[in-house]
Write a protein that binds this ligand. Structure first.
Ligand SMILES: O=C(O)CCC(=O)C(=O)O
Length: 221
């Protein structure tokens, strides 16, 4: 059964959102794309500050669907600047999921069209430093996160501006919008021995996959 928790106003966690069968469908869509030499997983050359400094982040892999968010200048591009190749198109699976999850858990955000998906793959020594997702022109639309593999310690800013932590497991979804849309957040670490049953063929111990769905441009673009 799906467990819904409001972590802070605007920030909702949905645990047990995906069944093992649904998770397999998602992971079978994502991992083969990661193998693509031009558009697949690569190490993000992030400017210091957004993510933790080396040597923490070199183990992390990254790719995009839709628009490409460039870790070098924090801007969105229709093609990957290094190769000139378009990222993967956004699968119907992702858009249908967003339509459904918003309809059921955050109906105030109607007409959400995914324009970019950032896919982050974490390993045992990966972290992501505290940051605000403010590179989207549209900050009225929420960020929707999907999580597979191991659980992580997710750091976030509460209403009073203090940094708190919550455990985000695999097969879960989070949504942050409204007054939480511009909260600071990051990943403090990955927990050991928390790969969900049925995902052992996709993940080793302390590996985690996160997708964040973003609407980048405002309505009038
Ligand atoms: O892995 C996560 O849950 C956080 C991802 C994130 O903060 C980002 O991609 O900006």
């Amino acid at each position: 059964m799906i467990k819904t928790t409001t972590i802070r106003p605007g920030f909702i966690l949905l645990e047990n959102y995906f069944s093992p069968e649904e998770a397999t469908i998602w992971l079978s869509e994502i991992f083969p794309r990661g193998e693509d030499l031009l558009r697949g997983f690569h190490h993000p050359h992030v400017k210091p500050n957004r993510f933790h400094k080396a040597p923490k982040y070199p183990v992390k892999k990254y790719m995009c669907y839709g628009l490409y968010w460039n870790p070098l200048d924090y801007m969105y591009y229709p093609v990957i600047p290094e190769s000139g190749v378009k990222p993967f198109p956004i699968p119907l699976l992702f858009q249908s999921f967003c339509d459904e999850v918003l309809k059921n858990y955050a109906p105030e955000y109607a007409n959400y069209t995914i324009e970019a998906v950032m896919v982050n793959f974490y390993t045992d020594d990966s972290t992501m430093g505290l940051h605000v997702d403010k590179d989207e022109e549209d900050t009225l639309s929420p960020i929707i996160g999907v999580n597979f593999g191991s659980s992580c310690r997710f750091n976030y800013e509460d209403e009073a501006g203090s940094i708190q932590s919550v455990r985000i497991p695999g097969n879960s979804v989070y949504i942050f919008g409204g007054e939480a849309r511009l909260m600071k957040h990051g990943v403090g670490g990955i927990y050991s021995k928390t790969v969900p049953t049925g995902q052992e063929k996709f993940f080793s111990n302390k590996e985690r996959l996160n997708l964040t769905f973003r609407k980048v441009y405002s309505q009038d673009n």
